[in-house]
Design a protein around this ligand. Structure first.
Ligand SMILES: Cc1ncc(COP(=O)(O)O)c(C=O)c1O
Length: 377
């Protein structure tokens, strides 16, 4: 049986040509040219002054926290429903992740919960554009400014999304993207950090290069840093993908449109939201099953897998993971984050690969509708 993939890229001859060009030419004095071109083009696309190409989005978050000087007694707030890559770097720098609830409609950071989670120790917040959805940035930025908290936008999943006409990646002191193989725009593995703040940019550059300052003599390290660098081959792939970004995002939205029309009359299934003033690039089409249907996401995933349909569970609340079992934040989060704990057990990501056909989506919707009505009966 041919499986219907949950995620995957759209690669054309342009990508193959650029990577071949990088393999053939990006050495000696040209060793960094593709990275420079990719950074400049990505910064221009998002509308930010500076961009740094990195090995992953996880490293981008780590670098941002290091450069801002987060550590020690600091707390950093993250939404409870996200991939652990948002919160793990907070522990890398020795700070404490604090888990806030999500909004019932966007599944992104909830403003009232953020406000509740802020303490005198809060240093930063990482709103996440979950599955391409956008949180209410106007109000989050306003609340953060009032409390003097740094905002780092985790835009890993949201290339092509918009909030009030501004691109995902435009918000906060810094923003970060992932180009993992499952993402809309991919470099296989990779990430990008963006900012408009020149001092932060210079510090990130230095920390990403083993603590070497621009212009210093060779092999002269001012600080202990990281080795966070994207290769030319990845940057060449990213550049080719970026030149097609509008087409990639349009295809994601087209796939979402197929789901919307096929599931239009299916009751008990809620898909990704697109509140007024936002555009959702729908990295992952996601279905939340009504509680009354009684589906657990793991059982639903098994039932679909039996028909060759690959899915992913909606992220488990971070505070429910064994990784955080020892954190004193867990008990608070489990009581406070009622929406994350309500939605997560009954939601799954549906096949969203860029290679999908309308027939495949039709098949997935047919199976899903049948499963929904079987439980309802
Ligand atoms: C919300 C979110 N943040 C961060 C990351 C980390 O990205 P990477 O895998 O490139 O380190 C991901 C990746 O899957 C993500 O979904």
């Amino acid at each position: 049986m041919q499986r219907i993939p949950v995620a995957g890229p759209w690669i054309t001859q342009r990508e193959i040509d650029y990577v071949a060009q990088a393999v053939g030419t990006a050495w000696y004095r040209s060793a960094n040219l593709f990275q420079q071109r990719f950074e400049a083009a990505f910064a221009a696309y998002i509308g930010r002054r500076f961009a740094i190409a990195l090995p992953s989005c996880t490293s981008a978050i780590h670098l941002a926290l290091l450069a801002i000087g987060v550590g020690g007694d600091d707390e950093v707030i993250v939404p409870d429903a996200t991939w652990i890559a948002t919160s793990a770097p907070i522990s890398y720098v020795g700070a404490t992740p604090v888990f806030a609830d999500i909004d019932r409609r966007t599944w992104c950071l909830s403003l009232p919960s953020l406000e509740q989670a802020i303490t005198p120790r809060t240093r930063a917040v990482l709103p996440v554009n979950l599955y391409g959805g956008m949180p209410d940035y106007d109000r989050i930025l306003e609340a953060a400014a009032r409390k003097r908290i740094v905002v780092i936008e985790d835009a890993a999943e949201s290339v092509g999304s918009l909030y009030r006409g501004k691109k995902a990646g435009s918000f906060g002191l810094a923003s970060v993207f992932s180009f993992h193989g499952s993402k809309t725009l991919t470099t296989g593995e990779g990430g990008m950090l963006l900012t408009d703040d020149e001092a932060l940019y210079e510090r990130c550059r230095m920390l990403a290069d083993h603590g070497r300052r621009k212009g210093d003599r060779a092999f002269w390290n001012a600080e202990i840093g990281q080795k966070y660098k994207m290769s030319s081959l990845q940057a060449a792939l990213g550049l080719a993908q970026l030149e097609r970004v509008d087409e990639l995002v349009a295809r994601k939205r087209e796939i979402f449109g197929w789901y919307q029309s096929a599931l239009d009359r299916a009751s008990g299934i809620t898909l990704n939201a697109e509140p007024d003033g936002t555009t959702n690039s729908v990295w992952m089409v996601t279905a939340v099953m009504d509680a009354a249907l009684g589906w657990r996401k793991e059982d639903l995933a098994d039932a679909l897998a039996a028909d060759g349909i690959d899915t992913r569970p909606f992220f488990y609340p971070l505070s429910s993971l064994p990784a955080y079992a020892d954190s004193p934040q867990v008990a608070v989060a489990a009581k406070r984050n009622l929406i994350a704990y309500d939605i997560s057990p009954r939601a799954i990501n549906l096949p969203s690969a860029l290679s999908l056909t309308e027939d495949q989506v039709g098949f997935v919707c047919d199976r899903l509708t049948r499963l929904a009505s079987k439980k309802a009966a």
